[in-house]
Every structure is written in C-alpha cells, then in structure tokens.
Design a protein around this ligand. Structure first.
Ligand code: CMC
Length: 447
C-alpha cells in the first residue's frame, strides 16, 4: 500500500472533525485515509463522495435499498426507540396522549409542536369543523366510481381531485395558504371516507354535523340513514378517537417518505397526500389491517392456528403472518399493546368478535416459536386494529381508509417541517447502474 494521505471532509457539513466526533476511513484501493465528521450519530453521505480512486471516479456512494440505515431528514415530530418499544409525539409518550387527549388535540400537537391551550384548541376544533363539507362537484366524481370500487382507490382519487378545487394550494411557500389546506385536508378526510362507504352500499351521502366531535361525526356520517338517526355509543366514539391518535404519525415510514418525497418537488399538499395515501394502501404498510382480517377468516378456527403458523414458516417470507413484524420495532409495538387492551372495552359493548380468539392464539403460538422470536417479529399496530374496526361495523376493505384519516395530520406536520427546513432539497436518490454498457444498435430485421 502507498503512503497514507489524510483528507478532511468539509467541516461545515456535519460538525467539526476535530476531536473524537469523526470517523476515520482508509480506502484500501488508494491507501488514502479520510476524516468524516460525525454529528447526531450520522456521517454525511455526501462526505463519501470525495473518496475516489482517481479524477474520473464519480466518488463513493452509500448503497441502501429500502433505506434500512439512511436518515433522509432531521425531524422534531416523532421519536421511536424500536428496541425499547417507545413512541413519542413531540416528546409526549403515546400511552399518555392516548389516555388523556382527543385526536384533534394530538393533531394540533403534531402540527404546532405544543399541546394547545383551551383557546387554541377551541379555535383549531372550529377551523376543522367548519371545513368538513366538500364541494358538491366532488360528490359527482364519487358518483362515477363503480359500486365495488376499493375505498382506498376512491379516497386517493378524491384527495388528488381536491387539488383542482383549491388552485391556491400550489403556493406552498405561503404559510397562511398552507395552514388553510391543512385544515381542509384534516377536516374533509372523514367526509370523503364516509361518502366512499355510502357510495359502495348505495346509501345517500350524509353531510357532516358541526355539533359533533371529529370521531362522532365520522361514525354518524357512516351509519345515519334518512330514515333513522344513528347515535354512536360513547365508548366506541372514544375507541375510534384513540385509534386515530395511535395512527396519527410514525416518523419516516413508507407513506411519510412518499409525502416528503413528493412534497420536496413543491407539489401541492392534496397531490402529495394522495401519493402518501397510495403508499399506505400497500399490504406491507397500512393495507396490512385489511389483510389481517382476511388471514383470520382464512385460518377460521383456533385448531387451525398451528397448521397456519407452519405454512408461514415453510413459506419462507412468501406467506407472512400479517400484522406481525416491523422495520423499527424489534421488541413490541406500543400501539399494539394499547389496541389489544382497548379491544376488550369495545367488545364489552359490541359483543366479542370470535376472530379475537384466533388472533390471541396466533400471537400466543408465534411468540413462543423460534422462527418469530429469532427474527424479533411481534404484533404490530395492524394486528388488532381491524378487529375493532369490524366491531364498529366498518367493512374490512375500508380499514386502510381509517388509517389514512388520522395519518393525514402526521403527513401534513412532516410536510410543514420539510418546507421550513433550510436543508430541504428535491428528493433524488442515486442508483448503482448494473445494466449493459454502450452497445451498437441492431436494426429490427437483424434482431
Ligand atoms: N411473517 C413471517 N415472516 C416475516 C414477517 C411476517 N409478518 N415479517 C418479516 N418476516 C421475516 C422475513 O421473511 C425475513 O426472514 P429471513 O431473515 O429469513 O429472510 C425476516 O423476517 C425480516 O423481514 P424483512 O422483510 O427483511 O423485514 P422488513 O423490516 O423489511 O419488513 C415488514 C417489515 C413490516 C414489511 C414485515 O415485517 C412484514 O411484511 N410484515 C407483515 C405486514 C405488516 O403487518 N405490515 C404492517 C407494518 S406496521 C404498520 C405500517 O407500517 O403500516
């Protein structure tokens, strides 16, 4: 190896490389060594670029499919410690927020960084309540869907369509314009979701009521008919509100990453939320709650549980235990714990869902099984949430919609943070090209 030459990375990038907050890297190809500053437990990927074999070399990149170990932003919104099972919004433990707050209080916290005082809360509730109506022309778009259209397909399309109704939303650099769209989106999501459900079962749309809370209003829009007013049970209203709190944000997951990625192009918030909702729709993400219900129905009885677990293990990743596993939580998902407890309260009102016993048995066996223990696979938020949604009378196809409604506050808080971040740049990852090099074109008759 040749002489070792030490090169310092740009110290302005991530803190000083003096002292111990630096990573020493030796490039064995060239014998050169580099000092890369470490700040907040990270090195800057751009600091790798100076590591080259020669003037023609592009420079070293980090390869990280699926972003397993890449921080794409700094954030002050949600904290997760996956090994300890900790989830906090703006510093407050999720367990405390779920016990003491309403969903709208938590949405305010996510968006503004602090819990609202009484006056701020009343104004926020007013601002949301007075934006719940949707444009009558949006209803016509809803009418155009087939009766059996998937509720998430309808929701995503309707959110995207909203961008055409509020052209001022394109001015994403004006904080006043942004907050107006934030109120509209949080307010209108339940209305659109309820209209999608009504459309699918052929009932007339029910308009929102300003005298009801966010969650009560949603359940009322779902189940009131022109012939009979529906008054939801307060325990079920509270359960839905808690589910909304638990789903409100989850730092840089697939949907939020989509929101930030689209938002980084300065796209309007409606189109960005539609993109984030599309990511959420996938069965490995928010779509898992619908898949859990299908899976429990497919298992069918407690006696079939061991055979099902065997099939999952032999499937080697092809067949998964839906509602199990998480990229970040490797001990337990604190949201799943809260939901499991709440399921009992809900079933006291609605009667016990027999699928719960199958779910409990699946969990019991899986948590003792080496396959799941070794891979640190535990029930996640989606494992029990579907059982509660079902108890509320919501069809399984609409479960992911119930995830998207509260996650809208998180997406928008992350979008606000992105637009205010001086380091914000358009998201544009690199690739490792492994395809053919330059080759001669072959005319059609010679191929
Ligand atoms: N059932 C069986 N095996 C699993 C499961 C599962 N649910 N999840 C992961 N594994 C196995 C996987 O086959 C792999 O095994 P091996 O090391 O032998 O190849 C190992 O565990 C690691 O899995 P991974 O796919 O590399 O892990 P990941 O961090 O990329 O994926 C996940 C995380 C949530 C996508 C995955 O656990 C999964 O597919 N779970 C089922 C779907 C689900 O419940 N999703 C909801 C997630 S929570 C809410 C949300 O984010 O929306």
């Amino acid at each position: 190896m040749g002489t070792v030459e030490t090169i310092k990375a740009d110290e302005s990038a991530a803190g000083s490389s003096e002292g111990r907050d630096a990573l020493s890297v030796v490039d064995r190809r060239t014998g050169k060594s580099y000092e890369l500053p470490i700040a907040n437990g990270t090195i800057r990927a751009m600091d790798l670029r100076q590591i080259k074999t020669g003037a023609d070399d592009f420079g070293l990149m980090a390869y990280d499919p699926g972003f397993l170990n890449t921080a794409a932003c700094t954030s002050r919104i949600t904290f997760i410690d996956g090994d300890k099972g900790i989830l906090r919004y703006r510093g407050y433990p999720i367990e405390v927020l779920a016990e003491k707050c309403t969903y709208l209080e938590v949405a305010y916290l996510l968006l503004h960084g602090e819990l609202p005082d009484q006056k701020q809360y009343e104004k926020f509730v007013h601002d949301i309540t007075y934006h719940t109506m949707i444009h009558e022309s949006l209803k016509k778009i809803m009418d155009a869907f087939n009766y059996d259209a998937h509720p998430m397909g309808m929701l995503i399309s309707m959110i995207a369509a909203m961008s055409t109704f509020y052209p001022e939303a394109h001015n994403v650099h004006d904080p006043k314009v942004r907050i107006k769209q934030i109120h509209r989106l949080i307010a209108k999501m339940p209305t659109i979701a309820a209209f999608a459900y009504r459309h699918s079962i052929g009932l007339p749309y029910m308009y929102p009521s300003n005298d009801l809370s966010y969650s009560e209003n949603f359940l009322t829009m779902l189940f009131t008919t022109p012939a009979e007013h529906f008054k939801p049970n307060p325990t079920l209203v509270r359960a839905l509100d808690v589910l909304f709190i638990l789903h409100a944000d989850h730092e840089q997951n697939c949907g939020t990453n989509a929101m930030r990625s689209i938002g980084s192009a300065h796209t309007d918030p409606y189109s960005s939320v539609a993109g984030a909702a599309a990511a959420l729709y996938g069965p490995l993400h928010g779509g898992a709650n619908e898949e859990v219900l299908k899976m429990l129905e497919q298992v069918g009885s407690i006696s079939r549980v061991p055979a099902f677990i065997k099939e999952v293990k032999e499937g080697k990743g092809e067949k998964r235990l839906m509602g199990f596993g998480h990229r970040v939580y490797k001990n337990f998902d604190p949201r799943a714990k809260i939901i499991k407890r709440m399921a009992e309260e809900v079933f006291e009102v609605t009667g016990r869902n027999p699928l719960l016993d199958i779910a409990l048995e699946l969990e019991r066996i899986a948590l003792q099984d080496d396959y799941f223990v070794k891979r640190k696979l535990y029930p996640n938020v989606d494992f029990y949430s579907g059982l509660i949604y079902e108890a509320l009378g919501i069809p399984s196809a609409a479960f992911t919609v119930l995830f998207a409604i509260p996650r809208t506050a998180g997406w928008l808080a992350q979008w606000e943070e992105l637009l205010e971040d001086p380091e914000n740049k358009i998201a544009r990852p690199r690739q490792v090209y492994l395809g053919p090099g330059d080759r001669p074109f072959v005319p059609m008759n010679k191929r």
